[in-house]
Design a protein around this ligand. Structure first.
Ligand SMILES: [Zn+2]
Length: 341
């Protein structure tokens, strides 16, 4: 059964198949819809909001399957790789859903050979320059009958984008000078952070191969607190009211007009863990406002970026301190962390 067919059965059965992600109903629906239609998906959103977790969740949903014991995970009734076609491999094996998930981390150093494969010169001498034995398959083939996950697609050089385009366009890959090309059947999920300025632009022809699912910061304060408590480490008690105030402060920063890079959910988790650690160092069994305050600059300052117009006036740390003073005043918080009556 094709990967999309397997996922369709699950999506129609489960109310929320992506249980690793709290909320985000909209992006989940977009993703499920695109996958049912067997279309490639680009998940777009700021860093640290769970794009990778969401993609991995797709792999977790995939059922275990029986494949040939080759590096291409060929289906026994549909051998596509040179190894299986030459009938050298006859053994079968069972692989779990997560083993059907192949991750590629986008980077400027990534080459088309990493993706598609390469010719081993020593083996080429031994078996002949056009022999199939000399070919070392790239990651794209390891995703055959599974999910190819491309993290931060916009960090890849143009040359690699072109190789990828061919694979997506024709669902075929030509192996260098080899006269063998074969079908690689996989679901392709990529991510992109639009705020990332140190990157290549993705060519329109490549973008045209994708449907885009937009992912945002957690929709509400409550959802963010559930994520933080579920993901973060737990050392001491963190009063709920204080936690909500701490997270609200982070969420307010995301609305600031002075910023061009905003604190992620990872920053929220950082504050949650560091405030507890501070309490622990003070030998306290519960977090107090002072412990949160002590954590803010260390967790937040390097995770935000001030707009050029604001950069000359204050440093990120000064900005955070000033925002905190304003926030505490607005929220009516005194130094004990309780609201002033
Ligand atoms: Zn094979």
């Amino acid at each position: 059964m094709a990967v999309a067919e397997q996922l369709k059965t699950i999506f129609l059965r489960e109310a929320d198949p992506f249980t690793d992600i709290v909320g985000q109903t909209h992006v989940k629906r977009q993703l499920a819809s695109a996958l049912i239609a067997d279309r490639h998906v680009l998940i777009v959103g700021p860093p640290g909001i769970g794009k990778t977790t969401l993609a991995k969740n797709v792999a977790k949903l995939l059922p275990a399957i029986e494949v040939m014991d080759c590096s291409y995970h060929c289906l026994p009734n549909k051998p596509v790789c040179p190894e299986c076609r030459n009938a050298k491999t006859r053994r079968k094996k069972k692989i779990a859903g997560l083993e059907r998930f192949v991750r590629i981390q986008g980077s400027p150093d990534l080459t088309a050979e990493d993706l598609v494969g390469d010719i081993d010169p020593i083996k080429a001498l031994q078996f002949g320059p056009l022999s199939l034995e000399a070919f070392t398959p790239g990651k794209i083939f390891k995703a055959n009958n599974g999910v190819l996950f491309f993290d931060e697609l916009n960090r890849c050089p143009e040359k690699l984008q072109n190789a990828l385009l061919q694979a997506l366009q024709e669902r075929m890959v030509t192996i260098g000078s080899y006269d063998v090309d074969f079908e690689a059947n996989f679901i392709f999920i990529a991510t992109m952070n639009p705020e990332d300025s140190s990157t290549e632009t993705i060519a329109d022809v490549l973008l045209d191969r994708f449907d885009v699912a937009y992912m945002t910061y957690p929709e509400s304060l409550d959802r963010e607190s559930v994520i933080v408590e579920r993901t973060g480490k737990k050392f001491v008690d963190f009063p709920q009211k204080l936690l909500l105030h701490s997270l609200l402060f982070v969420r307010k920063l995301r609305e600031s007009e002075k910023l061009e890079k905003f604190p992620s959910v990872r920053a929220s988790i950082g504050i949650y863990e560091r405030a507890q650690a501070n309490a622990l160092l003070d030998k306290k069994s519960a977090v107090d406002l002072i412990h949160v305050k002590d954590a803010l600059v260390s967790v937040l300052a390097h995770r935000i970026k001030l707009k050029p117009s604001a950069q000359y006036l204050q440093s990120p740390s000064e900005f955070i301190r000033e925002e905190l003073r304003t926030f505490m005043k607005q929220q009516g918080l005194d130094s004990s962390g309780e609201e002033v009556p």
